[in-house]
Design a protein around this ligand. Structure first.
Ligand code: SF4
Length: 308
C-alpha cells in the first residue's frame, strides 16, 4: 500500500521511525513535510498528488468526515499528576469544578476527577460541540466541554501542556479558570486573558472602522473550509456599500497578506484562532466574523459623522 504519513510539529521527530516500521511491513511510505495544525488539516491534496491509498494522521482524533482513506493514530501522554495537589490551595473556595483536557490527556481524566472528588470537590465533565469527540476534551475551536457546563461549575481546571487550549476555553466561559501544566510544573490563572482579549477585540473593531476594502480569508483545509460563510460575509459587506473579495489559501501566509496592500482589513473564516492568536501578524486589522458585523453596525451608526 502507498501511504502518506502526517505528523503535527511536536511529533515530526518520530516520522522516520514510523516510516521505517511501515516500510518493513511492505508498504511504500512518504512523509508529509508540510506544517500540520490539526486533524482539520489533512494532507489530502498531497496524498492525491502522489496517488497514495491512505493517509495515516498522527497525534489527533478525527475532526470531520472526509472522502479519503484516513487512519488516525491518537497520542496519549502520561502527564505527572503531582501538580494537582499543588493546585488545591488555589481551588479552596470552589466546591464544583469543571475539568477539561486535550486528546493527549483524555485517558487521565477519570484519575483527575477521582483526585478532586477525594479532596472534597464535585466534578463536572462537559461535552464537546462535535469537532472534539470525547467528554471533557477541548480543541482550539471546540470549547463545548467547557462552555456547556459554565453555569454548573464554580471554576474550571485545564490539565495539560501550554495555554493555547485553555485560552480558547477561558474566552468562552465566565468562571475562574486555572491551567495546570504538569509538564512545566505551572499553575496559571487564565482570567486576565479574558479582559485582554476583550480590549484587543475592541481595538481591532475601532481600527477597522475606516476600512472600505475587505479581504475574506477562506481556507481550503478540510476542517476549516467555509466558503458559505465567506460568501455571506462578502454580501453583508457589499450590502453596507463596501468592497469585499474572497481570498483563498490552504495555509494563510501573513507576509503574503501584508503584500496585499489594497485591503484595509481582513476577515477570518478559517481556524477561529487566527483572529485571536495571529492579529499582530497583519498590518491591516484581522477580524473575526462577529467583529466584522460589529464594524458594519458601527459604520451604519457613524454614517452621519463627518470623516467616516
Ligand atoms: S483550533 Fe484551528 S488548527 Fe486547531 S483543530 Fe481547530 S481549526 Fe484546526
Amino acid at each position: 500500500m502507498r501511504i502518506l504519513l502526517q505528523f503535527p510539529e511536536g511529533l515530526k521527530q518520530e516520522a522516520l521511525r514510523h516510516a521505517k516500521e511501515l516500510e518493513s511491513e511492505g508498504n511504500e511510505v512518504f512523509i508529509s513535510a508540510s506544517p500540520t495544525y490539526g486533524a482539520c488539516d489533512l494532507a489530502i491534496d498531497e496524498a492525491k498528488n502522489i496517488c497514495a491509498d491512505k493517509i495515516i494522521h498522527f497525534g489527533h482524533a478525527e475532526f470531520n468526515k472526509v472522502e479519503f482513506n484516513v487512519e488516525y493514530v491518537e497520542y496519549s501522554i502520561d502527564a505527572p499528576m503531582n501538580m494537582l495537589e499543588k493546585a488545591l490551595p488555589q481551588l479552596k473556595d470552589f466546591g464544583t469544578i469543571g475539568i477539561v483536557v486535550t486528546i493527549q490527556q483524555v485517558h487521565q481524566l477519570s484519575e483527575i476527577k477521582e483526585f478532586f472528588e477525594k479532596n472534597g470537590k464535585k466534578v463536572v465533565i462537559g461535552k464537546p460541540y462535535g469537532f472534539a469527540k470525547k467528554p471533557g476534551q477541548i480543541l482550539g475551536c471546540d470549547i463545548g466541554s467547557a462552555a456547556s457546563i459554565d453555569r454548573d461549575v464554580d471554576a474550571f481546571v485545564y490539565f495539560g501542556g501550554g495555554i493555547f487550549h485553555p485560552l480558547g476555553a477561558a474566552l468562552a466561559t465566565t468562571k475562574p479558570f486555572f491551567a495546570i501544566d504538569p509538564f512545566n510544573s505551572k499553575i496559571e490563572s487564565m482570567d486576565s486573558y479574558r479582559e485582554k482579549h476583550a480590549k484587543r477585540s475592541r481595538g481591532k473593531v475601532l481600527a477597522a472602522l475606516k476600512s472600505r476594502r475587505f479581504g475574506i480569508l477562506v481556507s481550503t483545509k478540510n476542517g476549516q473550509h467555509n466558503m458559505a460563510l465567506g460568501k455571506v460575509l462578502k454580501r453583508k459587506i457589499e450590502d453596507a456599500g463596501l468592497d469585499a473579495q474572497i481570498l483563498v489559501s490552504n495555509t494563510f501566509d501573513f507576509e503574503s497578506l501584508n503584500n496585499m496592500r489594497e485591503f484595509d482589513a481582513f476577515v477570518n473564516t478559517a481556524c477561529p484562532r487566527i483572529a485571536i492568536d495571529d492579529i499582530d501578524r497583519t498590518a491591516a486589522p484581522l477580524l473575526s466574523a462577529n467583529e466584522l458585523m460589529e464594524v458594519i453596525r458601527m459604520k451604519g451608526e457613524l454614517k452621519e459623522v463627518p470623516g467616516y
